[in-house]
Ligand binder design. Structure first.
Ligand code: AMP
Ligand code: ZN
Length: 113
């Protein structure tokens, strides 16, 4: 997607503070962190949201989810963390490229606002 900001980050056309990357996924620090550690995990493939994910994305999304614990450990989140994916209007999704927020290093409130 030529006008997608996260595709541009994945392609290296927009700079980001990258915490982890491989051939299928990318993890970078959020521009407006909501916790002392706040990174975004994205598939390199443009998928609009979880709502748009398909059966054929199962291995990709499984890979992403299984990387979370490794990235969390690298970022020092030994006391726990939260993984969130906002989807659609009610989910308050603002960037239409599937991403998971990984937040940690503070006690997070529940329920969310
Ligand atoms: P959401 O509201 O769930 O769609 O989350 C989008 C997130 O992307 C927000 O937390 C933004 O702060 C973050 N964001 C937007 N543009 C960038 C960027 N260029 N680099 C890093 N984070 C970004
Ligand atoms: Zn995209």
């Amino acid at each position: 997607m030529s006008d997608c900001i996260f595709c541009k980050i994945a392609d290296g056309n927009i700079p980001a503070n990258i915490a982890y990357e491989d051939d299928r996924i990318l993890c970078f620090h959020d521009l407006e962190p909501q916790a002392p550690v706040h990174v975004l995990l994205i598939p390199r493939k443009h998928i609009e949201s979880l709502d748009a994910a398909e059966e054929g994305d199962a291995a990709l999304l499984g890979h992403l989810l299984l990387k979370v614990k490794e990235i969390a450990a690298r970022l020092g989140l030994e006391n726990g963390y939260r993984l969130v994916s906002n989807c659609g209007a009610d989910g308050m999704q603002t960037v239409k490229h599937l991403h998971f927020h990984l937040l940690g290093k503070r006690r997070l409130l529940w329920p969310p606002g």
